[in-house]
Ligand binder design. Structure first.
Ligand code: AMP
Length: 604
């Protein structure tokens, strides 16, 4: 620490959040969170307990449902107003309530550092106006903290990834927390960060997703038992806690159970809740919320006068950005891998700590973290055309994922009577299978059958030391097999293929398609290789037959406009396709269908 720090005490960085707050400090150039009993996040909740004592954090959260009149949450939403907030038999101003949280963070920091802490950099949303910023200063003052600087949350998050960068960069910071959402476009130039625009919804957060899931589960329970769990505050609270936990688990697991015993009763009999939620069902529920956030991204970009292509980095902040659908939509929108290596719950506090260290004259760089340098996934069939199955690389752990990483992805077999699948593990960034690197392959023997039995869940566990464990499970039967790939990470780092590939691409710029065509196996090879490439598969033969029937109808309709040899060929192929469809023979349907499709293309 510098002389100044020794004279005046350390400066901490504080993220005073709507749902949670965090305090951090820089040690040896790297920011670290100051936790208490292993907890980094302090719930931003205060209360008066039944003994009349002030409680903050987890203790206050625990009494929120039982004593709502003696507990205050989300005070950040009221900063800037001086309207009194009732707490037990007293009333406090919003800065006074915030001061209680800040006081707790200050004590936590003093204990962790073994010296009094009285100076802080505090973050606020970019959209906070002057009265809200002033209220934050007053809260700090009441907590015995001198505010060295108030900085914008997106500025802090940007520092985490780009402190020390002198280049000009334009960065989108997407912050999706528990109670609020906002996206900011910031410009970094010569070490100075400027917020160009900010847009969001202070009433949209992870809490809305919990409530949506709660409604879904409660509706199903009501249909089954005729009891509305939302009618009893206790039952509703228990269900809400369960739904929030389920939501978190769905970020890495394909499907989760929600179980609550004795959650209600009917005619003197206890009722138990047992529900299974698949990630896909959850995603359908929350999609409208995610779309609203994407619209905000477009607005923020428009307000900043920039297009998506002018954005150099996308930084994810807030616990709700761990939801795979959020990442997926952002990946589609920005056509780039987001920066999310730093825990999204801690990024703002870590950035505030970096700013604090800079004010203190310490030299800092961006945060060092362990991430995967490449995307890992499997080969999967993404559709069926008359060229045969369309195979593609299906990512499971995306590049830049913090380590250790664990993700699951569900697939379906290609046919109901399929007796095995091949799990072909790949590493790389290209959708085309052959342009990625094969890192392992194994077969999973199945108990054939349609319905549930077609579902295969593939789990990837990647440890810090680079060991990748791949587990494939036929969920309906519990049949599973795993493959352990040692040194997966060091293999990646030693991997020179991408550099070589880049050099080749530079050389052959513009002739990419030629290389692709040469590399692609012929349709015959695809069909012959069918058994081997049947890992994850979406369409069933029935959808292939439907496509073929549609093609046949198109061909019949085209007949009057075709003459000569083409007309004869068309007639013959239509007859052959009809026969293949009647025989329900997928290989024949695929082969004749492809020829017919070719012919239609030429006669059009
Ligand atoms: P924050 O306000 O940034 O602390 O974010 C808290 C929100 O993130 C809450 O709604 C949490 O339920 C949500 N959250 C935390 N972890 C996860 C996770 N793994 N998956 C989905 N949501 C999460």
């Amino acid at each position: 620490m510098s002389d100044r720090t020794e004279r005046q005490g350390p400066i901490v960085g504080i993220d005073l959040g709507t749902t949670n707050s965090v305090v951090a400090i820089v040690v040896d150039g790297q920011p670290r969170v100051l936790d208490e009993a292993g907890e980094s996040l302090l719930p931003s909740i205060v209360g008066i307990n039944p003994q009349g004592q002030l409680v903050t954090g987890v203790a206050a959260r625990n009494q929120l449902a039982a004593f709502p009149e003696r507990t205050v949450a989300s005070i950040k939403r009221r900063m800037g107003s001086m309207e009194p907030v009732p707490l037990g038999d007293q009333a406090f101003t919003p800065p006074e309530i915030s001061a209680m949280i800040l006081r707790k963070l200050r004590d936590r920091a003093s204990r962790a550092l073994g010296q009094p802490v009285s100076r802080a950099v505090i973050t606020v949303p970019a959209f906070f106006d002057e009265s809200q910023r002033q209220a934050t200063r007053e809260a700090a003052d009441l907590a015995g903290l001198t505010v060295e600087r108030i900085i914008n949350e997106p500025t802090a998050a940007t520092l985490v990834y780009h402190a020390g960068t002198r280049d000009r960069k334009q960065i989108a910071v997407y912050d999706f927390g528990g109670g609020t959402f906002d996206v900011s476009i910031v410009r970094l130039e010569a070490g100075v960060i400027e917020v160009l625009s900010s847009h969001g919804d202070v009433r949209l957060g992870g809490d809305d997703l919990d409530l949506k899931l709660l409604d879904h589960v409660a509706d199903a329970f009501q249909t089954m038992h005729g009891v509305d769990l939302r009618a009893s505050p206790q039952a509703k609270y228990r269900l809400l806690q369960s739904c929030e936990q389920a939501k978190r688990r769905l970020s890495t697991e394909e499907s989760v159970q929600i179980a609550e015993e004795f959650i209600a009763e009917k005619a003197g009999q206890p009722l138990h809740l047992a529900a299974t939620i698949a990630r896909q069902a959850f995603e359908e529920l929350i999609e409208p919320f995610i779309e609203r956030t994407i619209q905000s991204v477009d607005t923020a970009l428009r307000d900043a006068g920039l297009t998506i292509h002018q954005i150099d980095d996308l930084v994810l902040v807030g616990g709700s950005t761990r939801i795979p659908l959020v990442e997926e939509r952002l990946r589609d929108e920005f056509q780039r891998e987001p920066s999310r290596a730093v825990d999204p719950d801690l990024a703002v506090a870590l950035g505030a700590a970096l700013q604090a260290a800079m004010i203190d004259g310490q030299s800092v760089g961006s945060v060092l973290v362990d991430v995967t340098g490449h995307t890992l996934g499997i080969e999967a069939c993404v559709g069926m055309s008359f060229m045969g199955p369309e195979l593609a690389f299906s990512p499971i752990i995306h590049r830049n994922s913090p380590l250790p990483a664990r993700y699951e992805q569900a697939y379906a077999t290609m046919y109901d009577d399929q007796e095995e699948v091949v799990i072909h593990v790949l590493q790389g960034e290209r959708p085309e299978v052959h342009r990625n690197r094969s890192v392992g392959k194994f077969r999973l023997q199945l108990e054939p059958g349609g319905g549930d039995r077609s579902k295969i869940v593939v789990r990837f566990d990647l440890t810090l030391d680079g060991t990748l464990k791949v587990t494939a499970t036929q969920t309906a039967t519990g049949i599973r097999r795993e493959l352990i790939i040692d040194n997966a990470l060091s293999q990646f780092q030693a991997e020179t293929r991408s550099a070589a590939e880049q050099r080749l691409e530079d050389l052959f710029d513009g002739s990419e398609e030629l290389i692709d065509d040469e590399d692609l196996p012929s349709r015959k090879e695809w069909l012959a290789d069918d058994r081997d490439s049947s890992a994850g598969v979406v369409p069933s033969p029935s959808s292939m037959f439907q496509e073929a029937a549609a093609l046949l109808a198109k061909a019949q309709a085209a007949k009057p406009s075709v003459s000569g040899q083409d007309a004869q060929d068309l007639e013959l192929l239509c007859t052959n396709l009809q026969q293949a469809l009647a025989g329900a023979d997928p290989a024949a349907v695929a082969a004749v269908g492809a020829e017919l499709e070719d012919l239609l293309f030429y006669v059009r």
